[in-house]
Design a protein around this ligand. Structure first.
Ligand code: SDX
Length: 431
């Protein structure tokens, strides 16, 4: 019996099998259950995948108990302090930090892929004026495969790389165009002289009738927030991208499926939901009643921006954003935002409440990010769009990693059937 295995005994039949353990660089080992059904005749059952690894990956590591997040082995705190969004994007795509020339070249490539095909303009006009920008993003990103036939051969590494570059670059232009459509203003073309986030701010907030100057505080704040949102192991939207990609779907369709999954309030939609929740709470005196609602099993209300499937400690990204909130709001002259005070007080009360302590519910990345977006003048219906722009790096990196796996196969989970036993059809005149 090997030390690197577990033995499963079926008490019903007395059969036993030895299953190998797969060990990673960090984190718990995984039991390889590939033979489980074939040899024991049972499925494993883990809805929500609380204990199930769907793949192996070199990209990101989270230790939820210790509140650790590594991108390519580098702690998020160091990358947040010393790196930039496009440098971390390079790390995620190529597995190493770029040399100066490599970074400059990567920036040039991304910059020169940011324009959209002119015929896409009419696509935006087809949406109703009050369409949610995330609805527009899902539609427009999914349509990109109609424009880029030259980079949808997923078995061609060059095609995969071009598609990845195009996605990272064009998400800013599509996001800005979605925003402009929702406020009835003309789309703004990318400006290749600007940084990634400077270009996004310019495309969102400049108007033809006057000069627009990118605020360096906003540019840097957005770059930092984007680093924090780049990737996060096999979260719901990333798992959706991988599952879509496992069927051989083109990369643009896969990213569109990730955008759709991210939109849910339990996932990336939480940042918008947090701001709506803070506005609904309105005043510090109302906090106790909302905390009570969050604890009441009969009430569907949950404290948005709190809790996490993996983090059972403070989300390290939330810690960084919380600190940044003070600095950015002060620099932008928004530090008297009553919602920020309300968020700090709500956090303090929740973190001292037994219900949250027992369940290890801490603020997550979405709890504070919306307050910074609001201070940057970004409307709440664009908060999840911001998340999607940054997470596109993680989605494309995870998609490229999956496609390049030597034994990559279609993802097709099994189920526990609890429906009616087999029965015969009853003609309608006998029912
Ligand atoms: C993101 O996966 C990722 O990595 C996601 C993400 C990423 O970068 O990709 O980190 C981004 O999506 C962050 C999460 C944003 N969502 C929210 O802030 C929405 C509010 N949070 C909850 O919906 C919830 O905490 C989840 C969805 C985040 C996690 O859900 P789980 O792991 O399924 O937790 P659970 O529902 O099993 O909760 C365990 C207990 C339950 O109580 P009991 O049944 O044990 O009595 O904690 C309670 C839950 O009712 N609980 C909450 C709560 N979150 C969990 N109670 C009140 N308020 C909450 N927010």
């Amino acid at each position: 019996m090997s030390k690197d295995s577990v033995t499963i005994i079926d008490n019903l039949s007395g059969r036993q099998i030895e299953l190998p353990l797969k060990r990673g660089t960090h984190g718990p080992a995984a039991i390889d259950i590939g033979r489980f059904y074939r040899e024991l005749g049972y499925f494993t059952y883990d809805p929500g995948f609380l204990s199930t690894a769907s793949c192996q990956s070199k990209l990101t590591f989270i230790d939820g108990d210790k509140g650790i997040l590594l991108y390519g082995g580098y702690p998020i705190e160091q990358l947040a302090e010393k790196s930039s969004f496009l440098e971390v994007a390079y790390l995620m795509l190529y597995g190493k930090l770029p040399a100066p020339e490599q970074l400059n070249n990567f920036k040039k490539i991304i910059t020169h892929h940011s324009m959209l095909n002119e015929s896409l303009k009419s696509f935006f006009r087809g949406f109703y004026h009050d369409a949610h920008p995330m609805a527009i993003m899902v539609g427009v990103v999914g349509s990109l495969s109609a424009f880029y036939h030259d980079s949808t051969d997923i078995n061609n590494p060059q095609h995969r790389e071009i598609a990845a570059h195009r996605m990272i670059a064009k998400m800013t232009s599509i996001a800005a165009a979605s925003y402009k459509h929702s406020i009835g203003e003309p789309q703004v073309y990318p400006d290749n002289s600007l940084s990634y986030t400077g270009n996004l701010l310019n495309m969102m907030f400049s108007v033809p009738c006057e000069e627009y100057h990118v605020d360096p505080v906003a540019e840097k704040a957005l770059d930092l927030i984007f680093i924090l949102h780049i990737d996060h192991e096999q979260n719901a939207s990333t798992s959706t991208v991988r599952l879509a990609g496992s069927s051989g779907a083109n990369p643009f369709a896969c990213i569109a499926s990730g955008i759709a999954a991210l939109w849910g309030p339990a996932h990336g939609g939480a940042n918008e939901a947090v701001l709506n929740m803070l506005k609904e709470i309105g005043d510090i005196k109302n906090i106790p009643s909302y905390i009570a609602r969050a604890k009441d099993k009969q009430d569907p209300f949950r404290l948005m921006g709190f809790g996490h499937r993996v983090y059972k400690n403070y989300d390290p990204r939330a810690r960084i954003i919380r600190k940044m909130c003070h600095e950015v709001l002060e620099k932008l002259g928004a530090d008297n935002d009553p919602l920020f005070e309300l968020a700090l007080r709500l956090e303090e009360i929740a973190l001292n409440d037994d219900y949250f302590i027992e369940r290890k519910l801490y603020p997550n990345v979405d709890f504070y990010s919306g307050l910074i977006y609001k201070a940057l003048g970004i409307p709440s219906n664009m908060f999840t769009v911001m998340f999607a722009i940054a997470r596109t790096v993680g989605w494309v990196a995870q998609w490229m990693e999956m496609i390049a796996e030597k034994d990559q196969r279609i993802g097709r989970p099994r189920q526990l059937y609890v429906g009616p036993a087999q029965r015969d059809y009853v003609p309608i005149d006998q029912r």
